[in-house]
Every structure is written in C-alpha cells, then in structure tokens.
Design a protein around this ligand. Structure first.
Ligand code: SF4
Length: 307
C-alpha cells in the first residue's frame, strides 16, 4: 500500500540527481550524511515522476535540485525540469557550485551553455555556492577549479535568470559581521541582490545524524562552526541593515532571519539535523537511488510512495 505523506504544504522537496562532486569541499555537509548508490537515468526519472506527483498532491510546491553537484547529471536534471515545468510551483531552484553552468552544451539541436539549456526548460533560480569574496580563499576549500562568478552573473543577466549567492559561515572564512559586509558589497558589485549566509549544520543526536559522516570533514566542521546568534546580533547593528522577519523552516528544525540592506535581500539561516520526527516528512528527499526519504538520516527514513 502507498504510504500517506500528510500535509506537505510548507515542506520542501529536495532532489539529488547524484552524490558525485569533484569539488570535494573540506566542509561538505552532504559528506556528513548518509549516501546511496545511483540509479540509471531512465529508472530515476520514472520514479521521480511518481514521487513528484505524490509530493504535489500532498500540497508541496517547492522543488530544490541539489546534491552534491546536480549539474554533473544534466540528463536527469533536464528530464526532471520537463516533468515539473507544467505545474504551478512556488519555487523551482538549483543549488550548484556553478562549475558546469557555462560549459558548452548541445541541447535540442542548439549549441549553447548548460545554463542556457536549464533556463530554456523553465529554471530561473540559481543558488550559487560561493564561500568567500576572495577567489583564492574560495579555491582553498575546493579540489576543483571554482567558477567565475562574474561570468555567471553576466550570463544570468542575459538569460533573465536570478542568482542567489550561498555563503557557508565558517570561523576562518566569513564568520563575523565585518567579513559578511565585505562579502555583501562584493555581491552587490556583481549585480547580485540576494545573499544567503548559511550556518554549518548543528548535529544533534550524533549516533543518528553522524552515523555515516566523513570523520575528517566532521572534525573540520566542528572546528569552523561560528556563534550564529552573536553574528545575528552584530548584523542587526550594521547601518542600513533593516531586519524584516524570522521564518521557521523544516518543521521547526531551522530558522531563517531576513534583512534588507539598501535593496539587497540578506538571509541568515541555521539548521539542526538529527532531531527530525519519525512520523513526519521533514523534507521530501528524492535521492540518487531513485527513492524518496522523509529526512537524510539513513535508509530507515525511506518512504513507500512509488507504487
Ligand atoms: S560543491 Fe557543494 S556538494 Fe560539492 S563538495 Fe562542495 S559543498 Fe559538497
């Protein structure tokens, strides 16, 4: 029997085409969580169609393509965009390091960039990971050549796409209000008006939340976690930084604080993992194995919705 999902009106669907990412960042939060084997494209897309229909029918309207690096599987990504494009969604967004977006890409008989192909399939929102304003500092964190943010911002303007920069808060990188302000001014100089500062995961119940963690990355993460509430207090004192609202997300496991700085939207978000309830879907995870899960803690979170 197909499992009931309950009301998913305010629940995100997080979609992982692959766990492959050549960036192998030192703090990668996906490497702290459980991973599974990757299904072939045809099977993956057939299952996605069913899982997305179940999500939509339960009231879900927010689809996040994430991963590790979702653009490493353009066939899956474009196939899913074709499936969701006719539905009235509140949000469809990709989380990417940006490394593949400007690669030459042949699609529907035309040569352009992968970004162009994604936009042509209806994707407008690109959340681009950039963890420092200095390209050298960004590169320290990644094994792969980081993307050229200026070129991507320019391509987004040409294509009519929207960019949000995602910056992970870390003690030795962007970890206090003065550094955040330099970052904000850098983003604004690129014409980017939406910035999300993301706290490193807080890992509760570690026998559950860290059971599959890469130990070196867990140690790095623990050494780099900042005092989020102090940063928030400092941000509220910055001239021209106007606090707008606090949002609860992921069934109360996360908090987001939204500010306006001279017309630029600034968000600070924090999240606890390992406290998800077992009788509710915290986020509908559609994983590389082509199966759906109620959270990211392990195989025991699998949902029976694909019949
Ligand atoms: S780019 Fe993102 S998914 Fe890839 S290793 Fe870095 S943090 Fe992880």
């Amino acid at each position: 029997m197909v499992q009931s999902l309950g009301d998913l009106t305010k629940v995100d669907m997080k979609v992982y085409p692959t766990h492959e990412c050549r960036s192998n960042c030192t703090f990668c939060m996906t490497d702290l969580r459980w991973k599974n084997a990757e299904a072939p494209t045809e099977e993956y897309l057939a299952n996605f169609r069913k899982a997305f229909a179940a999500y939509f029918n339960a009231g879900g309207r927010r689809v996040l393509f994430t991963g590790r690096e979702p653009t490493n599987r353009p066939d899956k990504l474009l196939g899913m965009l074709k499936i969701v494009k006719d539905y009235p969604l509140e949000l469809a967004v990709i989380y990417t390091s940006g490394v593949n977006l400007l690669n030459p890409f042949s699609y529907n008989g035309k040569e352009s960039s992968l970004m162009n192909a994604l936009v042509n399939e209806g994707l407008r929102n690109f959340n681009l990971a950039a963890h420092h304003y200095d390209v050298g500092r960004r590169q320290e964190l990644s094994s792969e050549m980081v993307c050229d943010l200026e070129e991507i911002a320019e391509e987004a303007r040409t294509l009519g796409a929207t960019i949000r920069l995602n910056c992970t808060l870390m003690k030795d990188y962007i970890g206090n209000a003065p550094e955040a302000m330099i970052y904000i001014e850098y983003a604004r100089s690129l014409g980017i008006q939406d910035i999300y500062f993301r706290d490193l995961f807080h890992l509760a119940n570690r026998n559950r939340s860290c059971a599959y963690s890469n130990r070196a990355k867990l140690a790095f993460t623990d050494s780099q976690r900042i005092d989020f509430d102090t940063l928030l207090s400092e941000a509220k004192l910055v001239p021209n930084m106007r606090f707008n609202e606090e949002l609860s997300r992921h069934r109360g496991n996360g908090r987001t604080y939204i500010f306006d700085y001279l017309g630029t939207r600034i968000s600070f978000g924090t999240l606890v993992v390992g406290t998800e309830k077992e009788d509710a879907v915290t986020y509908l995870n559609f994983q590389p194995d082509g199966c759906a899960y109620r959270d990211m803690n392990g195989p025991e979170s699998k949902l029976n919705i694909l019949l």
